[in-house]
Design a protein around this ligand. Structure first.
Ligand code: UDP
Ligand code: MG
Length: 312
């Protein structure tokens, strides 16, 4: 099989058929399989998928999860099930036009030195505030992890088999694919595009989820927050020591009492706050280690259509 397209989806009942039509139209003349991963949808997504599978068993495979495990798990399941020269990941909401798959494929075929093409959203159709926050996150992420993370480089990408093999060899359950893509390395070409508006439904990544996603990404890929805590602690200790010496000398020299209820309260509150933040940071790492150490599977598949049992 030449091309596999992995489509993670959650509650996308009204997007499945339009996406399927768009994919079939764009991929005309290419040997391909669509691997739909239904991430525990509670709408009619799985029914729609079964319908198109029954219509076109040649080109479609479906994995259905037992519950919602998240997009990262759905992508992992799709990549694990993909055995092809090229594998592409694309969202189900038609924000990412399937016509770019053909462009990416052409690029990799013409440029054997590249292993992967990643589509970079230029955010031109996003709100100013969103654009600013997202760009800022990628800057922080690059600095913190020491890996090049390009702002807007999405999961929408085409990979050679070696990249897919490397990605699925990383079996950590706390998956942050933008970091994983950077971590496995490989020669990546970045192609700019403007993501369209959603065809139907609403985004599953609202501001709170985006914030948690960013936080998880940071803690999964960097231990810098712990180092910052150490540095902060050292600086505060040093300043406190200087201040203590000043008070000591003043008391010895002038023999006066130093008044200071307000300043003591400030210092106690600031230090208390910093200590709680640092405790929280340590807690994040402990929680992540705790979840990782259980070695639970990344997803549980309930439905499999178009697979021989031994493939999954
Ligand atoms: N998705 C998923 N599981 C989830 C949330 C989202 O498989 O728990 C899928 C979703 O159906 C879509 C893709 O991930 O195909 C991107 O999600 P969405 O469009 O909501 O995110 P946004 O484009 O707003 O970042
Ligand atoms: Mg979307």
């Amino acid at each position: 099989m030449k091309l596999n397209v992995v489509i993670p989806l959650y509650n996308e009942e009204n997007n499945i058929i339009p996406l399927y039509d768009a994919l079939t139209k764009s991929l005309k003349g290419i040997k391909y399989t669509l691997i739909f991963v239904d991430d525990g949808s509670i709408d009619k997504s799985l029914d729609k998928l079964t319908k198109i599978y029954n219509k076109n068993k040649q080109n479609i495979k479906v994995i259905g999860f037992s519950r919602n495990f998240g997009k990262e798990a759905a992508m992992f399941a799709g990549l694990k099930a993909s055995h092809a020269e090229y594998t592409c990941i694309i969202d189900a909401d038609l924000q990412q036009n399937p016509k770019y798959i053909v462009d990416m494929l052409k690029f990799l075929e013409d440029n054997p030195s590249y292993d992967e093409v990643a589509m970079v959203n230029d955010y031109s159709k996003e709100k100013r505030s969103q654009r600013f926050l997202k760009k800022a996150f990628y800057k922080v992420m690059s600095k913190a992890s020491g890996q090049k993370t390009i702002a807007g480089a999405s999961d929408f990408r085409l990979m050679r088999e070696c990249v897919v093999d490397a990605l699925i060899s990383l079996e950590e359950s706390n998956r942050f694919s933008k970091g994983l893509f950077a971590w496995v390395g490989f020669n990546t070409f970045y192609m700019t595009y403007a993501a369209d508006k959603r065809h139907s439904g609403v985004s599953k990544f609202k501001l709170k989820k985006q914030f948690n996603y960013a936080k998880d990404g940071l803690f999964s890929f960097s231990t810098k927050p712990l180092k910052i805590a150490t540095i902060l602690g050292s600086i505060i200790s040093f300043i406190s020591f200087l201040y203590f010496m000043e008070i000591l000398l003043q008391t010895i020299i002038s023999g006066k009492d130093i008044p200071g209820y307000a300043s003591i309260m400030c210092v106690i509150l600031i230090l208390g706050g910093i200590q709680l933040i640092v405790l929280g940071i340590i807690g994040e790492y402990i929680a992540k280690s705790y979840l990782e150490i259980k070695r639970r599977p990344i997803y549980v598949a309930k439905t499999k259509l178009g697979f021989d049992e031994d493939i999954l």
